[in-house]
Design a protein around this ligand. Structure first.
Ligand code: 9YW
Length: 434
């Protein structure tokens, strides 16, 4: 198939904004999203290193006083997205950054390993290392925030209080939590469904749950301890915590490159050891042969396998015996010859939906994480399959937001869904073809 390198660059440049950040997709997502910014910077680094650095520094300017980096930064005024800044009201929090209206929640902690990747890509290593030196403590404070404000049991694992914090917004695994809630039927006007077929998006009732969790957080002025005490959604997510552990590892490597050995690196090492132990104790399910989510509010594992179950492969987490079982689960459920890798939810489960958002479709950022995971584990064939499938999907369908895992579709108009010219699909394509 024909390479789409120039198109990928055009997607990123056309989504780049004068404020020094890149929107994920025109119309649909008009602000800066946290984990998107990280993946986008990796793509930009392949052809415009200055923009890659700016993407990160713009995001970090919006950091809260307590170290939190928000999930969306509302750099501009536009009412084409719901829920926007007037709904989230970050100014309710004493910790918020008054100069940057944002949401009061987070997204997966990608910045540590993104900075490490930027250093690998940069040709001028000295310049990039100087940039990293300016930013690294900010990322450290973000990790400190997770371990001091988001770890209710002080066990080394950070909780999320909203499905949007997971990045995997409407995964079927949240259904078990929605069943414990009965939120009001809110009156609101969805904006996403004016851009994308509602069949490919969450339902209105799902949005009631999403909004209700935010209302609870707002009631407590986004104070973490109060949210932890009152939110019906309190989850230890294997994707989120695996990326945090991976980023800890990257921060330590980068501090070492900068010749820094201090209290921060000591703390990182301590958090890391505790986190890896707790991860394997609490998030491993022998029944599933995979890592799963843990519902802290109801004190039980959520019995579902998803692409998040394999994210630990990307970090120094998985011991040899678990690696064998995890690989077997992956081969049995996710690598069927009639499917592109990797479905975002267990394709053998009846909750699997190949078209709807995080309930089944392939996402390029998850593929990038799992590809690096299998590579790290030495499973090169599987890693290459994931890489090749990602490249094929993009070359076949373009830079869509998510892709149908089924190779044979009844209808030829199917295959790729959600937003068009989606930034992280373009960015990570540029990285994967290297
Ligand atoms: C939303 C921006 C975001 C991603 C999320 C993805 C989707 C929708 O788009 O969220 O309204 O926030 O689920 O992971 O960061 O690309």
């Amino acid at each position: 198939m024909v390479r789409r390198v120039n198109e990928a660059k055009e997607v990123l440049l056309s989504n780049y904004q004068p404020g020094g950040f890149t929107i994920p997709s025109k119309g649909l997502y008009p602000f800066q999203w946290k984990w998107d910014a990280g993946f986008i910077a990796i793509g930009l680094a392949h052809f415009d290193i200055e923009k890659a650095k700016t993407e990160i520094s713009t995001l970090l300017k919006a950091q809260w006083k307590n170290g939190m980096i928000p999930h969306i930064v509302f750099h501009t005024d536009t009412d084409t997205y719901f829920p926007g800044k007037d709904f989230h009201q970050s100014n309710l929090s004493k910790q918020a950054n008054p100069d940057y209206p944002s949401t009061g929640m987070v997204q997966p902690p990608v910045l540590g390993f993104v900075l490490e990747r930027l250093l690998e890509i940069a040709t001028d290593k000295k310049d990039m290392l100087a940039f990293i030196g300016e930013q690294l403590d900010k990322v450290y404070y973000n990790h400190e925030y997770f371990y001091t404000h988001r770890d209710v049991n002080q066990e080394g694992l950070a909780y999320i209080y909203h499905n949007w914090e997971s990045g995997t917004d409407n995964s079927p695994m949240w259904d078990a939590i929605w069943e414990t809630m009965d939120p009001p039927h809110y009156k609101f006007e969805r904006r996403d469904t004016t851009h994308v077929d509602p069949e490919q998006r969450p339902t209105n009732r799902e949005y009631d749950h999403y909004l209700h969790l935010i209302e609870i957080a707002k009631k407590y002025h986004y104070e973490d301890a109060k949210i932890a005490a009152h939110s019906p959604f309190l989850v230890l997510d294997p994707l989120f915590n695996a990326l945090l552990i991976k980023s800890n590892e990257s921060l330590l490597a980068l501090y070492q490159k900068l010749g820094i050995d201090n209290q921060k690196t000591k703390n990182l090492k301590q958090w890391q050891e505790k986190a890896i132990n707790a991860f394997n104790k609490k998030l491993w399910s022998p029944t599933h042969g995979a890592y799963v989510h843990y519902d802290l509010r109801n004190q039980k594992q959520l019995p579902y396998i998803s692409s998040s179950s394999f994210a630990p492969l990307f970090a120094p987490i998985v011991p040899p015996e678990k690696l064998v079982a995890l690989n077997q689960t992956f081969q049995e459920k996710f690598s069927a010859a009639n499917l592109y890798c990797c479905a975002s939810f267990d394709p053998t489960h009846n909750g699997f939906n190949p078209k709807r958002y995080w309930r089944g479709p392939v996402w390029i950022n998850m593929n990038w994480i799992i590809y690096h995971g299998f590579k790290r584990a030495g499973a090169i064939q599987t890693a290459n399959r994931i890489k090749e499938d990602s490249i094929t999907l993009i070359e076949k369908y373009g830079f869509k937001e998510y892709f149908d895992p089924r190779k044979k579709l009844e209808n030829t108009t199917e295959g790729a869904y959600g937003g068009d010219n989606f930034s992280w699909s373009a960015a990570l394509y540029l990285d994967l073809i290297k």
